[in-house]
Design a protein around this ligand. Sequence first.
Ligand code: KG4
Ligand code: ZN
Length: 332
Amino acid sequence: MLVLGIESSCDETGIALYHSEQGLLGHALHSQIKMHAEYGGVVPELASRDHIRRALPLTEQVLKQSGAKLDDIEAIAYTQGPGLAGALLVGTSIAESLAFALNLPTVGVHHLEGHLLSPLLEENPPPFPFVALLVSGGHTQIMRVGGIGDYELLGDTLDDAAGEAFDKTAKLLDLPYPGGPAISRLAEQGRPGHFKLPRPMINSGDLNFSFSGLKTAVLTLAMQHQPLTEQIKADIANAFQAAAVDVLATKCMNALKQTKLKRLVVSGGVGANKQLRSALNQAAERRGYEVFYPRLEFCTDNGAMIAFAGAMRLKHAQPGNHAFSVRPRWDL
Ligand code: KG4
Ligand code: ZN
């Protein structure tokens, strides 16, 4: 079955075609990062308007790339939530109108399920069950994944998400949005161990996280070293990244130990972080665990993960009356 996937929950318009037997046939993405950069973060109204401009041209591009015709599409999957309400409404209304015109079933996908399953698009997909670390701008969760739809939440952040902490630390250091990649680049110039920041909740005995204290510690450190030189900024970025990575990697190892599972799947924007990948790979290798990641371009938001999750969920696809709603807040 050929599924069109539409992602529009935040600042990326992602379109993809996934075939349940042939795999991913094509995908395209338009990132709004440049447009939002001058505001230091995503402006919801601008995001919605840009999704409107991009979604159909990108769909045509993906059809062309895949050698498929509009009539070949057999179902449409779209991100129903969580995310920005206006942005979600764009993808949802386009999906439902196309489905109405082509008489196709639709499936509303949970954005986090998309992220969670994205490593399954790769050549060597991890078999179930596995532990998943979902680490993005809005979420930091550890889950036990038994199969499609079988998700047990083992740990969550009590305050900020890890990506949010990267973004806020970047702002404090006057780095461009999005902060994650900027911090990661700057940290490479930093002197490891020059500053030491706290590892919040690392010994809490559970699998929960807290990142707001780390952000405050960064603020205090920055205040103590005014005016910030480029070297000090890089040292702070290095110390922040080391602390965040240490907490994330430690909790993942604890989760594997606790569940007695041997496979870890990492997804979401922060999963692109080099330092995090290297810490996880090293810790896992020492303990005989395997770690799986989506390719870098599928760590952040994309249409492929939505088309894929939609294909996995097709038995729930509704021919329906094409009435629709979005779910800006939605637990997995
Ligand atoms: O998954 P995603 O594209 O969107 C959400 O659903 O949130 O994740 C975006 C987040 C942002 O906070 C961004 O700063 C962070 O992922 N991020 C990174 C890196 N690339 C993106 N954080 C650390 N290191 C990176 N290389
Ligand atoms: Zn996302």
